[in-house]
Design a protein around this ligand. Structure first.
Ligand code: ATP
Ligand code: MG
Length: 246
């Protein structure tokens, strides 16, 4: 079982869009896949039309009173399951601090899934928190969507510095460009001369495309309603690259 995460300190850069489309790609290729929507905003759950029906809060989950398997829902797509976001999980950070049992609590929660799933994808909220530290410990690879702008690169740098300061392997961080718009000169410059800090980055560039916004209308991954669009093809290529890094 591989555990990967989509993370960026910066909001609105394409974490959820990427997590949902990559999850669909993986499942479509025959890998039993679980997407955990860790963001109380619940965008991934909403896009996949799944709600959390279990009222158990994070305290019961962390103490083992609620088995994590009870939170799993099937999506409309074969081999793709989800743990939907639950608003009560906004307190996950507080409960992690309260439980105070090391930075591998998330990894331990996920361990029982190893028999059921080949791939677990964590869709993270845009913040540094105890939860993100747990994600950094649990995920073998962390994919960071970056809009080709200086501000976006800065948040990548902050994450990389956090890894270095905390003796985490920065090689596990893989940046990739999203929402790239070649009509914009800064985007063109960054794409043709990617900064050195992205040397472990992925080569696939996700273009800016209006059809992505339609995921909210269709409430479905791109492949389900715009399979021949260039942006869906880019996600297919991104998945091939991600698969190769695992
Ligand atoms: N390649 C793209 N082209 C055009 N729009 C995009 C693209 N990728 C994402 N978007 C749009 O940008 C917005 C933010 O995307 P998304 O929700 O995936 O970002 P996020 O990083 O998960 O945000 P948050 O930090 O709030 O969780 C959404 O409205 C989404 O439809
Ligand atoms: Mg998101």
């Amino acid at each position: 079982m591989n555990i990967i995460a989509f993370f960026n300190l910066k909001g609105g850069v394409g974490k959820t869009t990427s997590a949902v489309n990559i999850a669909w790609q993986a499942a479509n290729q025959g890998l039993p896949t679980l997407l955990w929507d860790l963001d109380p905003q619940g965008a991934a759950s909403w896009l996949l039309q799944c709600k959390n029906k279990n009222k158990a809060g994070p305290r019961k989950l962390l103490s083992g009173k609620t088995a994590i398997g009870e939170l799993v829902r099937h999506t409309d797509y074969p081999l793709l399951d989800i743990i939907p976001a639950d608003f009560s999980f906004r307190q996950l950070d507080l409960e992690l601090a309260r439980a105070d049992s090391g930075d591998d609590q998330l990894a331990r929660l996920l361990a029982p899934f190893s028999e059921h799933y080949s791939l677990i994808i964590l869709d993270c909220p845009p913040s540094f928190s105890l939860l993100s530290e747990q994600v950094f410990a649990a995920a073998e690879a962390i994919y960071i969507p970056i809009i080709p702008s200086h501000l976006s690169l800065r948040t990548f740098e902050q994450t990389r510095d956090f890894f270095k300061e905390n003796d985490l392997k920065a090689k596990r961080l893989h940046g990739f460009f999203t929402m790239a718009d070649r009509r914009r000169s800064l985007h063109r410059i960054m794409l043709s001369h990617p900064p050195k800090m992205l040397r472990h980055g992925l080569k696939t560039v996700i273009p800016y495309a209006a059809v992505v916004e339609k995921m909210g209308l269709a409430r479905a991954p791109l492949a389900e309603f715009a399979s021949s669009s260039p942006v869906n093809k880019a996600y297919e290529a991104l998945w091939q690259e991600i698969k190769a890094t695992l």
